[in-house]
Design a protein around this ligand. Structure first.
Ligand code: CIR
Length: 262
């Protein structure tokens, strides 16, 4: 495939949180987030996207889908078209169909995964390929179906393994720039990152590996000062955002938007 720029965007879609977000899926039985806290984090996130130059479409809350604020999981978007995914969690599957009419307003080409399951959180777009992480939410059948959709849009893809017990591939890896990846120690040596400079988050900041490069800035959770320092030491411009409430339902910064260059 021709080299692709997965960092430059002028459009985004987000969805408002519903009060039911406090019942969002999570690993373990700890308390959920505080609704006002989620609202504040979401608001700051939208403001950061707008400051970075994106035109943000804000979809209304869907109380029937507690996790629907995490629009990255049910769809993938590229300048050439959108792909409707099949989320691995039963309670989230309906979110994909709900996005179709909204995506049709922006994309002429809409493809769809019909079999298996794929969560957008497992899909990492790099300049030379798209990595599909196999996980508890993304299976081989879904991954192969996605690879065919990607090919028809002009993208090469490769499979990788999400570390056991980790929700999504991107929970532990992010693309920082044309030559740089940020990972946890578990993913630092994987072959799909060969040829990239891999920066590794400090051992006590695993959650810091989920960052979002948007145009010239890297959005990072304010709970990860060591990771922030690491990025700044490598000349990345960063913006810290509060993420402690969304973290209670296993979410990070990439999952609250779909982003593309129109
Ligand atoms: C879930 O378990 O599906 C949600 N509570 C969190 C999804 C986070 N998605 C993402 O990081 N791509």
């Amino acid at each position: 495939m021709a080299r692709f720029n997965p960092f430059t965007f002028n459009k985004a879609i987000v969805r408002m949180p519903a009060p039911s977000v406090i019942n969002g899926l999570r690993d373990g039985d700890h308390d959920g987030p505080d609704f006002a806290g989620i609202q504040a984090e979401h608001e700051a996130y939208i403001a950061a996207l707008e400051t970075a130059g994106l035109d943000v479409t804000i979809l209304p809350a869907r109380p029937d889908y507690p996790d629907s604020i995490f629009v990255e999981d049910p769809a993938l978007v590229f300048p050439e078209g959108a792909i409707i995914l099949r989320p691995g969690a039963e309670t989230r599957r309906g979110e994909a169909a709900e996005l179709v009419k909204d995506l049709k307003r922006h994309f002429n080409t809409i493809l769809k995964i019909e079999v298996g399951c794929v969560d957008g959180g497992d899909i990492l777009a790099l300049p030379d390929k798209v990595v599909i992480g196999l996980s508890g939410r993304t299976d081989l059948v879904g991954a192969k179906s996605l690879a065919r959709c990607l090919e028809s849009l002009g993208y090469d893809s490769v499979l990788a393994k999400t570390p056991p017990g980790v929700l999504h591939f991107k929970t532990h890896a992010s693309a920082l720039g044309p030559n740089h990846i940020l990972t946890t120690p578990q993913l630092s040596g994987v072959d799909v990152f060969e040829g990239f400079d891999v920066l590794v988050v400090p051992a006590d900041e695993m959650g810091g590996a989920n960052v979002l490069r948007v145009n010239d800035v890297v959005l990072i959770g304010e709970e990860y000062p060591g990771t922030n320092r690491l990025l700044r030491d490598h000349a990345f411009k960063t913006l810290s955002l509060p993420t402690s409430e969304i973290a209670k339902i296993d979410a990070g910064l990439t999952c609250m938007s779909l982003r593309w260059m129109a």
